[in-house]
Design a binder for this molecule. Structure first.
Ligand code: KG4
Ligand code: ZN
Length: 350
């Protein structure tokens, strides 16, 4: 299902980012007019992760200037906005409240419909955004969706917009969380994914052997907490300590990345093969990982179903409001602003 809404303002504040975006839908094309993303990254780097209270306080300062800037850059006035979409969960409660309460107020004073979006569904819709000047095929249904973010790792089978079957997810840590926690063990700053990935380029993944948890299980569940424990053990071993430390770090970074990627790729391709689906859409911060993209691409082509792979550009993989606005074009179900409540524990499991 799609809507008559042409211009949607999206708002995203589920974790540490404060983001607002204006998107224009023209036929099947969804174009970004603006997508402003700010984060309290310097504070996280200082404290080694997101402190919820602090993130929400920063978001309170940013939210109005970020929305104003999004309208300004898009060159649209509030009168041209057809609807406002906001992430209402899952996420940090204080952060979600900043975005949702602001959206409720704007919806009432501008008299525009409010569309609540599940952040996890929003991530997938980054794949439906057509960047200006770039010709692009859009995913069609059915398709397998892999969500890999800091808080979630899920596999779903999309049958249509709004209709999906949950296949499985992580039983403990998410893939992004595993990158972040392993980085911490290696004394690397938060967020760990991009930095492990950068170091991994100089390393050899064959030097340190790490487990691939649940890679051969006959389901679509994941488990990454054991991998983190294996890394913890590895760095206290004599063999690791006997290497020059810079070399040990890059080799271990390569092993961590390879172990996570191997599991994600194997399970995703197995899902496509089991359900005979020839399209895979990937989303979430970890989808920005180049190794994951290359290995998925390679295995999609090799798979018996010869899958076509969709991964958004890196800046649309990590949290942003453009994906929230994009999803709203396909989930056009406005709610009464006075009744909307945030849901920090929202999931993809129905
Ligand atoms: O989707 P996202 O921005 O926020 C959540 O909804 O969680 O994902 C953030 C996660 C972090 O764990 C971060 O380390 C990871 O995505 N990440 C990466 C890369 N870029 C971000 N992981 C691996 N490789 C990357 N290039
Ligand atoms: Zn996210």
């Amino acid at each position: 299902m799609s809507t008559a809404f042409k211009i949607i303002l999206g708002i995203e504040t589920s974790c540490d980012e404060t983001s607002a975006a204006v998107l224009l839908k023209n036929g099947e094309s969804i174009q970004i007019l603006s997508n402003i993303v700010t984060s309290s990254a310097s504070l996280q780097a200082k404290y080694g992760g997101v402190i919820p209270e602090q993130a929400a306080r920063e978001q309170l300062k940013f939210i109005i200037p970020v929305i104003s800037e999004a309208l300004l850059q898009a060159k649209v006035t509030k009168n041209q906005i057809d609807a406002i979409a906001a992430t209402f969960g899952p996420g940090l409660i204080g952060s979600l409240l900043v975005g949702v309460e602001t959206t409720k107020t704007l919806s009432l004073i501008w008299d525009r419909p409010l569309i609540p979006i599940n952040h996890l569904i929003g991530h997938f819709y980054a794949n439906w955004i057509t960047e200006e000047g770039i010709a692009k095929n859009l995913p069609t249904f059915p398709c397998i969706g892999l969500l890999v973010s800091g808080g979630h790792t899920d596999l779903v089978l999309f049958k249509n917009h709004g209709r999906y079957q949950y296949l499985g997810g992580t039983r403990d840590d998410a893939a992004g969380e595993c990158f972040d926690k392993c980085a911490k063990l290696l004394n690397l700053p938060y967020p760990g994914g991009p930095i492990i990935s950068k170091l991994a380029q100089k390393g050899d993944a064959k030097i340190f052997n790490l487990p691939r948890p649940m890679i051969d299980t006959d389901d679509f569940d994941f488990s990454f907490s054991g991998l983190k424990t294996a890394v913890f053990r590895m760095i206290s071993e004599k063999r690791y300590k006997s290497y020059p430390q810079d070399l040990a770090k890059v080799n271990l970074a390569a092993s961590i990345e390879q172990a996570i990627v191997d599991v994600l790729v194997k399970k995703t391709i197995s899902a496509a093969q089991k359900y005979n689906i020839d399209q895979v859409i990937v989303s979430g911060g970890v989808a920005a990982n180049t190794k994951l993209k290359k290995q998925l691409q390679h295995n999609c082509q090799l798979s018996i179903v010869n899958c076509q792979l969709f991964i958004p550009p890196p800046h649309l993989c990590t949290d942003n409001a453009a994906m929230v606005a994009a999803a709203a074009f396909y989930y056009p179900n406005p709610v009464n602003p006075l009744k909307l409540q945030v849901n920090p524990n929202l999931s993809l499991i129905k």
